[in-house]
Ligand binder design. Structure first.
Ligand code: AR6
Length: 327
């Protein structure tokens, strides 16, 4: 994939809304254990960076409005329109969409792009409005007035979320592959990622010249639509020597470095080395949490949503035990 780092690193408005879609998706995936903080990170960053949402409206008779694309219109200054709303007793909520694709999951309706911050301002002082519902057809998120208040006080920061799911089920800018040094595929999560991404991934991997243990390399995600990049890292084959932990920690740190260098705001890790390579789960969980904490400590200004994906139940239990001991 011939793309330069600067191009990959761009964070346009569109990327911000996509990031929000991913965080909301993962919040649903996390079920009862899910934390809202990754969603808050996206919303806060979005509000500060002119993130736009699409608001459905009734096309007014006799007024000239500019069509941007099918069903999407730009409203000129002074245009009078009625936003659509969903009645909730004597109050209402306003539906908004993060993208045309989200809007098309339901009926096609006319929408107009508006900055989320501007929209919140419009409705803040209207008592009859309960808030906004983002993407009402699918995995929606109710941005109620109460949540808006919490958001105002929220300070964005990197977050670690442990999920009882494989990396291929999580939506993230980058998913990490527990590869081998050939980078040409294998079993476990490596095999699953190559099968899901398709042959083009193998083509790109062939050009990378392999990867040393403890190092990481990045590629496109091809047919894996839930991610933009795959970061391939090679964990150590467990031997019980001190070197194992250093190499495993390095896998996490180098993967985070690559994610950051490529403009990612979210990354999903499998339990590197804990399958075929035989790293004991508790030890691996300990090393990974320490490595991520060290990386976060040296990147205090970075906001990264980090998902630790537990394909097996006992991986999840290892993380939960460790995290409860830390509290
Ligand atoms: N989907 C998601 N996660 C999975 C899947 C899957 N289908 N299968 C396993 N995991 P492993 P390693 C999780 O064995 O120990 C390969 O052949 C698993 O629960 O895939 O680093 C490579 O080519 C665990 O959390 O990788 C190498 O030769 C994590 O993925 C070797 O295995 C890693 O388990 C690497 O061994």
């Amino acid at each position: 994939m011939a793309v330069t780092v600067t191009e990959r690193g761009k964070m346009g408005k569109e990327r911000l809304t996509k990031e929000l879609e991913k965080a909301v998706f993962n919040w649903y995936l996390g079920g009862d254990d899910a934390s809202l903080e990754p969603v808050f990170n996206c919303l806060r960053e979005g509000l500060a960076n002119e993130m736009e949402v699409l608001v459905p409206f009734a096309v007014p008779d006799g007024q000239e409005i500019k069509q941007l694309e099918d069903d999407v219109y730009a409203l000129g200054e002074g245009t009078q329109v009625n936003f659509m709303h969903i009645d909730e007793g004597d109050r209402f909520i306003v539906p908004v969409f993060t993208s045309v694709a989200e809007m098309r999951k339901g009926e096609n309706i006319a929408v107009t792009p508006i900055q989320l911050a501007v929209l919140l301002d419009i409705f803040q002082n209207r008592n009859e409005c309960n808030g906004l519902v983002i993407n009402p057809w699918g995995k929606n998120f109710l941005l109620s007035k109460k949540i808006q208040e919490m958001l105002e006080a929220y300070i964005p920061q990197s977050r670690i979320q442990v999920l009882q799911n494989g990396v291929l089920n999580v939506h993230a800018d980058a998913i990490v592959n527990a590869a081998n040094s050939s980078l040409l595929g294998g079993g476990g999560v490596d095999g699953a990622i190559h099968r899901a991404a398709g042959k083009a991934l193998l083509e790109e991997c062939r050009k990378l010249g392999g990867c040393e243990t403890g190092e990481a390399k990045i590629t496109g995600a091809y047919d894996i639509k839930s991610a933009d990049y795959i970061i391939h890292t090679v964990g150590p084959v467990y031997s019980g020597k001190d070197e194992d932990a250093k190499q495993l920690a390095s896998c996490y740190i180098k993967s985070l470095d690559l994610a950051l260098a490529n403009g990612c705001r979210s990354i999903a890790f499998p339990g590197i080395s804990t399958g075929v390579y035989g790293y004991p789960l508790d030890e691996a969980a300990d090393v990974s949490l320490d490595a991520i904490a060290a990386w976060l400590g040296s990147h205090p200004d970075v906001v990264m949503n980090i998902y630790l994906c537990c394909f097996k139940k006992d991986e999840y239990e290892s993380y939960m035990r460790l995290l409860s001991e830390e509290e």
